[in-house]
Design a protein around this ligand. Structure first.
Ligand code: IPD
Ligand code: CA
Ligand code: CA
Length: 257
């Protein structure tokens, strides 16, 4: 299954890269002006699903653009065919394909492929996380002032009740630096490989984070909600760190605005 996930992510990733600047039809999703989708997101997803269904016709699918099953199947594939759509539409080369595989509701494998850097992140539950075959370990930063954090903003930023902008200001004054790359799946992969020391976001979907949560856990990091409770990819709030900075980051997320 992991091999097929890798093949699907790489094929779709190459399709994305070849499609930059050739988008014909951009639509708004859910009436949100910032939440865009094009025929390239949909085409990437169709390629991935075709490959999975060709090998595993009985497996369930939960995919961003076409929805999917409510976990009645033993195995379910969770797919974001283009994570970083806004970057992609502007020609910013920070986007990826991310796919995870659930067995009876537990994520057992994940793949995130960045076609621009040709970086393939993979993990199997209990088997470690890898970047192009090299084993990953989270960073060792233990002071916030030495740490580089990353976050993302929800498309409904004006109305989101979870204070994304206020958290941003609080982390900005606590850390060495703060980034907003525009791809939650890459943000998590970068925490797993130690490029970032931590990541939080207030409104993610399971396809944005399923593979990345596995990478961070397998690389020795920690992933919870904002109260420190175990991570559930079907809830929106996520904090992922190298573990050493987790409590300090939870304290910042609990700060008044
Ligand atoms: C988005 C990206 C972004 C994050 C948003 C996501 P999309 O996914 O991961 O970094 O801030 O919350 O929705 O729409 O590009 O697949
Ligand atoms: Ca996404
Ligand atoms: Ca997407």
């Amino acid at each position: 299954m992991l091999d097929i996930a890798i093949q699907a992510a790489q094929e779709a990733g190459h399709f994305l890269k070849e499609s930059v600047g050739k988008v014909k039809n951009v639509e708004m999703k859910k009436g949100e002006e910032r939440n865009l989708v094009s025929e390239i997101d949909k085409g990437s997803e169709a390629k991935i699903i075709k490959m999975i269904k060709g090998h595993f016709p009985s497996h369930g699918i939960l995919a961003e653009e076409s929805g999917g099953s409510s976990l009645t199947e033993e195995y379910r594939w969770i797919i974001d065919p283009l994570d970083g759509t806004t970057n992609f539409l502007h020609g910013v080369p920070i986007y990826c394909v991310t796919i995870a595989i659930e067995h009876r509701g537990i994520v057992i494998a994940g793949v995130t492929y960045d076609p621009n850097l040709d970086e393939l992140f993979t993990a199997e539950k209990g088997g470690g996380a890898y970047l192009n075959g090299n084993k990953l370990k989270v960073s060792r930063a233990s002071e916030m002032i030495n740490s580089l954090f990353v976050t993302g903003f929800p498309y409904d930023i004006e109305n989101n009740p979870d204070h994304p902008a206020e958290h941003f200001a609080n982390f900005l004054t606590a850390t060495q630096g703060l980034r907003r790359l525009g791809s939650a799946a890459l943000d998590l992969a970068y925490v797993a490989c130690g490029r970032f020391d931590g990541f939080w976001e207030v409104a993610l979907n399971p396809w944005d984070m399923a593979a990345g949560v596995l990478f961070v856990n397998e690389a020795g990091g920690k992933v919870t909600d904002f109260k420190g409770s175990p991570m559930n990819i079907y809830r929106k709030l996520i904090l992922a760190t190298n573990g050493l900075l987790h409590q300090a980051a939870l304290n910042i997320l609990a700060k008044p605005y």
